[in-house]
Structures are given as structure tokens and as C-alpha cells.
Write a protein that binds this ligand. Sequence first.
Ligand code: AGP
Length: 609
Amino acid sequence: MCGIVGYIGNREAQPILLNGLSKLEYRGYDSAGIAVLERNQMKLRKTEGRLANLSARLRDHQLKGTAGIGHTRWATHGRPSDANSHPHTDMSGTFTVVHNGIVENYVELKQELEQRGVVFTSETDTEVVAHLLAEHYEGDLVSAVRAVIQRLQGAYSLGVMTEHEPDKLVAVRQSSPLVVGIGYGENFIASDIAALVAHTRQVYILEDGELAVITPERIAIMNAESGQPTNRKPTQVDWNADQVEKGLFDHFMLKEIHEQPLTLRNTMLGRTNEYDEVCFPELAHAADVFKNVEKVFIVACGTAYHAGLIGSTMIEQLTRIPVQCDIASEFRYRDPVVTANTLLIVVSQSGETADTLAALQEGRRRGAKVLAITNVPTSSIARDADYVISTMAGPEIAVASTKAYTAQLLAFCLFSVYLGQEKRTIRSEQRVELVRGLKALPVQVEKVLENANEVKQYAESIKDAGSLFFIGRGLDYAVALEGSLKLKEISYIHSEAYAAGELKHGTLALIEQGTPVIALVTHMDLYDKTVSNIKEVKARGAHVMGITVEGNVQLLNAADEICFIPPTLQLLAPILAVVPLQLISYYTSLALGKDIDKPRNLAKSVTVE
Ligand code: AGP
């Protein structure tokens, strides 16, 4: 879970590398470094801490040269420190490596190298790669890289440079994402397109097991094992540079929360027709598969898992197919029963989450057909799946996921209606009502966002709380889980989400005078039940903020404060109800002065198990 960049061309490499790293910092931000070939001599600068530390250091000691590699790290092997920061070099300092992933057999490789007299300067798994390169080098960097990767087990995207061949960079992809950007008289590598869009929108997306040799004029891609060239067409990226900038917002998270009306519109676009039917042209070839689906698993991590929980209710209600939603890291080890006609839906914003990818592979091995709901159509998960629904949320930079989540909910609802149409389980009035409800959502989210100030005041009132509870029933419980994760993630305040009816079975013991409780009350059919649970916590001193639909003023008889969302269908309420929760987390974190976009210990894309 690190970010890699590389540049070779005719411009100064340092600013390009730093700018690229700034777009990848979401992947890891505990240390950063760059290596530049200065008059054919390898020069390195690396520092513990944020990229800003590295930039500050480089301000007075610039590296001059037109080829270089850079890295922003999320520590796995070895604590964040200058020494453990990438790039890593061999003992002579002539070979440098940046790495994203984990070299699983590094302990034995390290022992082997030490026995041959190699002295290590870091605690990382990556350093073995630099020393192995020096050992295998016989005048051809590509051959050396190919020989070294034969020795590596695990996941690795690598960027490699040597003083001996200053005219080239070598990049390898194995289970960690890597793209090659195509320029004029210059070329690039990066872990993510976001780092390249300021320079080019033409990229090659490397496949696992591929190696790219990059010079200013040429990009040659080959199978790393056989050395056979691979003939590939470039991909045109439709992102633009503004999408990876904060613009007028103070944080990416706030920008992304406010983008939701647009991202919902974009995710709907072209997926309904004038009869309010759902159409997925991208799934047309699989209509028979969907007609025959008898069982569905939904598998994901974190926020995407929370979207899956709501997706499971949507699919069950509209198709009556049994659905089970699993955490990806559990699914893959629990021997799930996958029968013929099982559909596995994997959900992932990044499309690179290691646990979700492994669950996908496990489900496929057991015979399931795989549908991916992802925000990155070029990602590993999208490429491994049989079918893909893209959420059109655009790049999500803040570690805390917001617009991707609401787009996932929308995609689930569209797919549930689609499946209902295919299996003829949805009544046409119900379909029309849902599709119209979906179409109304962007304007309704805008309305919720207009009331951000009220939420801000509430956020300030809870900033000193030691602990918080989110409660709800049915879909409201799933939204509560997401609200609680969001708050923990960026404010570091402990919180728990509970099914409202479950509190009395133990957790009620934690409620005391002044404990803030956020109660989601959008399930009007469960209204009386949830109100009883609110009264239980109130009786023990809790201060309750209720989130409910407009007009439901009687909730004020039970809750201390209320935040309203516009009226909508029950299945769609989570898309509106989560917005105040996102804002509460944002403003609480802001009031506490936390690093909202880059919370401690986390990274956006979790490509390790
Ligand atoms: C969300 O706020 C989190 N940062 C995290 O739970 C995230 O949703 C999870 O890691 C899954 O990521 P993915 O959607 O990219 O697979």
C-alpha cells in the first residue's frame, strides 16, 4: 500500500515526481523519497513523515536530472523512518528500487544475502531486491530484473533504475497496480492514473507478470518470465486533472461529499430508459446467467462491505433470491457453500483491495460467476471479474470513502431492479416507483447538503465525547455501521453501531449521563420499535440526535435533536441518511484539528492481506 512514480524525459524529474507523489499520498503517507540520476549519478533524498517533509528538504537541496523514481510509503516491514523509506539501493548505491507490495520470502533472501556479505541498511523487505539486482547484473538491467523476480514471492510492483543504464526505467507488476503513462519525448510510471493525469491521459495498464522498459522515446512491454513482447493498445483515461485537485474545498473529503449529487447522476446515466426500466448494456451478454441466479454472495471490506449489506436487502426484496453478505477477509477462509448458479458480487471502490481480490478468486475457484461493482474499471478486480458495473464517482482521494459508497448503493439498487426485471420478480409499478425515486436522489442530496451548518453545530457538540453510539433497525442499522466507521476513521473517537433492538442485550451498560447516541429512524414501519429503543437510552442519560424523514416531527418527543432528510422510498433512504453522518464525521474531525484526508494508520487502497 504504497505509491510509486517514475519519470524519464527531457524535463526536470524532481517536480514531476513530487507532484505525482502528492496524488498518491492517499496510498500511504508515513515516509517518502525520490532518487534522481544527476549527471548519471544516483542521488537520493528520503524522509520519515509526510511528503511535505521531503519537499521541504528538497527545497534547499534540489536534485537535478531528467530521470527518477519516487515513493510514498505505508509501513508494513519496518517502522516509518528515514532508513526504511524508499527508494532502496544496493551497497554500491548504483541500483535503486521503489516497491509497492510485500516480498513474502524476504527473510530467507536476506539471510542468504547476508551470508554472502551484504550489509543491510533498512528493516524493509524491499531492500533485498536492490541487493539481488546488483548480484544478477551482467550488463543488462532487463535481464537482471527478470532474474531477480524469479526469486521473489508475494506481491510487488517495482520501479527500478541504475546508473549503468541511465537511459531507462524498468517497471514490473505482480499483484499490485502499475500503469505506464505515455508522453511525447517523455514517459512515466505510477501506481495510479491520478499521478499522471496532469501530464497524459494515454496509459498502458500493466497486467500481472508484465515488465515494461521505459525510455524517453519508447515503451516496450513484455512477459517478465518469457521475455516475449506483449502487444497492447493504450487506454484513454477519461479523468481530468481538476478531479484530483481540492479546488475551493479545504479537504478532499468535503469536496467528495459535495460531489455526490453529480456522482449519483453520473452513475444513473444511460442505465434507465424512457419506460423507467433499468438497462445495463454492459451486462447484455450475460442475461441468461442472471436469469438463472439462485444464490448471491456479496463480498467486500470496510465501507464497501457496508454498501453490500444494504445491497443484500435490495436484491432479496426485489428478487427473493437468498443473499449473504460477507467481509472479504472472512469469506475466503470460511469454506463457503458455492453452488451452481451462484453469483458472487464483489464491491470495491479502488478495485485493488487484496482481501476482496482474493475472495473473488476463491469464489471463482468454487464455481461462482463474478460481478464487480467498482469505481476503477481498469483495476485488478474489474479485470478479474466476469461482469463489471462501474460506479461513476470519479477519483476518490480522501481515505474516508463517501461518494463511492453512495454510488455503490445506487449501483446495487439499479442492479437489483435489473435482476428483478430479468427474473420477472418485480412488479412494474414497483420498478417505476424505484426508478423515479432514484432519479430524484441527486436533488434530494443537494437539499441535505444545504443544511450542513446545522450538522456542523452538532459535530462541535460531540467533539469531546469519549464514546458514541449509532443505532438503527433494518437498513438504518447498516447505515449506522457506516456512520460509526466514518467517525472512528477520521476523528479517532470511539464509536459503535448497534442494531437498536440489540442494545439491551449488553451494550446498554455503556450508556451513561451525556453519552451521545445517533439514532437513525428512516424505517417508518419500524418507527415505534426504534423509538422504544431511543427511550431506553434516554432513560439512562443519553443525548439523542435522531435522523429521520421530513415531517416526522413527533420524533422530537423522543430525541433531543433532529436532522431531517427528504422523503424517499425505504430502500433508497440510506443514500440520503448517510450524508448527515458523513458531515458529522467531517466536522467533528475538523473541530478536533485532525488530518481529515489522511487519518493516522490508514491508507486508501489496502493491497496487503
Ligand atoms: C472507507 O472509509 C475506508 N477507508 C475503508 O473501509 C474502505 O472502504 C475499504 O478499505 C475497502 O476499500 P475498497 O472499496 O477500495 O475495496
